[in-house]
Write a protein that binds this ligand. Structure first.
Ligand SMILES: [Mn+2]
Length: 364
């Protein structure tokens, strides 16, 4: 695996490349052209500029998160082919610039959903949190105001104001879309983009829906092992793979995270590893990465990645806000850097123990 760090670009991120470069073991960034809209073609010049900036800081681009998919594609609207053509053009340009990993999601209307962006924990840190009760009590139109009021002035990925101005229209677009239809539209999109992925060796890594169930009556399909295996069977190509996000699949306590990693062996192209602390199955908050701070066994998650031969980029995910930092919720420097160091420590221990075991087996 390669340890990486998400970076939104020098205009949008409070964290600098110089800071990322100093986190032990982090060699790559996962980045995006944050000011582009879904459906906009990424030019080679802009991709090259982004690459140059990262490389001049002593890092490299390990992948893109995300190239967003336009709602016309997700809903199967008549103009979807035009938007898929543009998506293919962006993929081609990324491939020509030697970028081979693209994370994306297929979530209707809302990207990840949290009901609190700064829940205070006993140690004084603040974290993103979710309760189903809060979602059930709010109308979907009010969700945007609730989320942005709390965002430290940053624009959250998936919650861009331009998008949310049209929230009623967006809901109307999805009125007739159920899970089956969404699956069909995803398969259509994947079938059309696979040839360019084959040509340029681009791994597509779908990000799970977060939380991993339906919100506001919208269909959600990338939620569990059964559905993700179905999606891979529908378009059976090694470039059609997944982003294994422990914090997203983990929102549903019925998802056995290490078991899923083993079931998806070979098709996990990218990993987001973070921990959640549950107070009830529908009330959780994002904790520190450490196993004992949350509800997941992070050792078992990392061991499953190691034992299935995972060799893609991995990144710490949302961190707590600590030490007085002001940043985009979930995307400060300090706690994610602690997360990266911790995950690197787990990996080193797992790797050395496995090597020792193999060595002993050879000697005996
Ligand atoms: Mn994630």
């Amino acid at each position: 695996m390669e340890m990486t760090f998400r970076w939104y670009g020098s205009k949008a991120d409070t964290v600098t490349l110089e800071q990322i470069r100093q986190i032990p073991g982090v060699t790559g960034v996962i980045t995006t052209l944050y000011d582009t809209q879904p459906g906009e073609v990424w030019s080679r010049e802009r991709i090259r500029g982004m690459k140059r900036e990262v490389e001049e800081a002593g890092l490299h681009i390990a992948g893109i998160e995300s190239v967003n998919v336009h709602d016309a594609i997700k809903t199967g609207a008549p103009e979807r082919d035009d938007y898929i053509d543009r998506y293919i053009e962006t993929l081609e340009n990324l491939g020509k610039e030697d970028i081979h990993l693209v994370c994306y999601n297929f979530m209707p209307v809302f990207d990840w959903t949290r009901t609190e962006l700064a829940r205070r924990r006993p140690d004084g840190s603040t974290v993103l949190a979710y309760t189903q009760e809060a979602i059930d009590a709010i109308r979907s139109e009010e969700m945007f105001a609730a989320i942005t009021a709390d965002a430290n002035g940053s624009v959250l990925p998936g919650w861009e104001p331009e998008r949310m101005e049209h929230i009623r229209e967006l809901f109307a677009m999805y009125r007739d879309i159920d899970e089956e239809k969404l699956f069909e539209n995803l398969a259509y999109f994947l079938r059309r983009i696979m040839p360019v992925c084959d040509e340029y060796g681009i791994n597509m890594a779908i990000h799970p829906d977060d939380p991993a169930w339906s919100v506001f009556g919208l269909p959600r399909i990338i939620t569990n092992q059964e559905n993700i295996l179905r999606m891979m069977r529908m378009v059976d190509n090694p470039h059609n793979g997944v982003t294994f996000c422990s914090g997203s699949y983990g929102t549903n306590l019925e998802n056995d995270l290490p078991g899923m990693i083993r079931a998806l062996k070979g098709r996990i192209h990218f990993a987001h590893v973070r921990n959640l602390k549950f107070h009830s199955p529908t009330n959780f908050e994002e904790s520190a990465h450490l196993s004992s701070d949350g509800s997941f066994d992070m050792y078992e998650i990392m061991r499953a990645l190691y034992e299935t031969g995972f060799d893609g980029p991995i990144r710490p995910d949302h961190g707590r806000m600590i030490w007085g930092e002001t940043a985009m919720p979930g995307y400060g420097l300090y706690d994610r850097a602690l997360g990266a160091a911790y995950l690197n420590g787990l990996w080193e221990a797992i790797e050395k123990a496995a090597r020792r075991e193999r060595g002993e087996a050879e000697r005996s």
